[in-house]
Write a protein that binds this ligand. Sequence first.
Ligand SMILES: Nc1ncnc2c1ncn2[C@@H]1O[C@H](COP(=O)(O)OP(=O)(O)OP(=O)(O)O)[C@@H](O)[C@H]1O
Ligand SMILES: [Mg+2]
Length: 444
Amino acid sequence: MSTSAPPANPAGPLPEGEQAWIEVIRKMDEVYNDLLQYEVALEEKNSALEESHQFIESVLASMSDILIVCDRHGRIEEVNPSLCRVTGKSAGDLEKTPLGELFADADGRRQAEDLFRHGGHEGVHDRELFLRAGDGSSVPVSMNCTPRISQTGKLMGMVVTGRPVGELRRAYQALRQAHEDLKRTQGQLLHAEKMVSLGRLVAGVAHELNNPISFVLGNVLSLRRYADRLQAYLNAVHAAPAADPGLAALRAELRIDRVLADMTPLIDGMIEGAERTRDIVDALKRFSAVDKATPERVDLNEVVERSVRWVTQSAPARFAVAVDLPPGLRCPGSSGQLQQVVMNLVQNACDATAAQPAGHLTVTGAVAGGMVELCFADDGPGIAPEHLGRLFEPFFTTKPVGQGTGLGLSISYGIVDRHGGRLAAANRPGGGAEFILSLPLESS
Ligand SMILES: Nc1ncnc2c1ncn2[C@@H]1O[C@H](COP(=O)(O)OP(=O)(O)OP(=O)(O)O)[C@@H](O)[C@H]1O
Ligand SMILES: [Mg+2]
């Protein structure tokens, strides 16, 4: 529509009616102009609004964090595409559903409802909750919640944001695993180094003790023979009828009869001590590989069966051993030495369960990568964590004096090492100790 005021009449003033019309038309013109300007301004504002809407939409769409806007009652009003991706639902499906329904299980839902009931007023920071993903799995999300307040200060609802932490957690777990592996390898290296130095030290000590103990034992055995002869001679002297009376007084004064009576037990005690020392030196030599046996073909099934039979024969009836091994386990080495290893493991399990009404040891085996792994698992009290690193040290024992030399495991370690295998100890998750004996299988 286009209007314009008629030109002024030069012939004189217009009649009153016409003047009024002209006024109306002028006003309409002004209103129309204003309308046009409003329309232009409105269009400009509209396009600015459209632009900022698109901007916000694009920001929300590119966010990897999830965003949820809720009303006062915890019902969802708006979500961003990230939440739709996680839950596998469209924004339309999620609208008006209670916030709690996003969580993985009933417990998580209750937790979330409690949290957000308070969070609506006070806010929630970095709380880890599990959302239910589209495929039914749980997605760990670190959540924050802030109250949404109107201009008049009224609580309108809340804004919940969350960061899926699954990736982060997986990366953290991988890092922790790598760290644990590294620590374990470092521990094994240190342990191997310690055992090598110990082996050298013990070999030196065993070598030094070997000679003196051999001649102490040899001499003391000769002494026993001489003592018997001296005793026989003295008895003959004392029994002689022409014995000097001074001799009888000296015999009483020096208490020769008591000395003679003490001689045999004293010498027997010396022999016993010397023999025990010789056995220890022999054990030390075995630990440090001073004695080297020529390898033979060892039937491990037989070695285990025989060792178990020998130990259980002299063990109380409360101790039971179950053996479950795959057949035909053969390895190169010395069956005598390997039997010593197995017997010590079985005996240790028997001793460890001594205070229980019943003790059980299970021996199982598995073959993998050219090695056989025998596992000795008992239901005893297990090994104190501070002892785990010391078990294979010579003379480490927790048994009372006279009941254990503490050489069993250290000798076994040396034997297994020389067989190209490994002996390791651990505590079982369900209680009890576990010894793993790995040995290289005979190559066919
Ligand atoms: N199955 C087990 N359960 C709990 N602790 C064990 C077990 N086996 C070994 N130990 C611990 O390891 C220590 C060392 O064992 P090791 O066989 O070397 O010596 P020992 O048995 O004490 O003495 P020895 O074997 O010379 O008679 C034991 O004293 C015990 O504390
Ligand atoms: Mg032992």
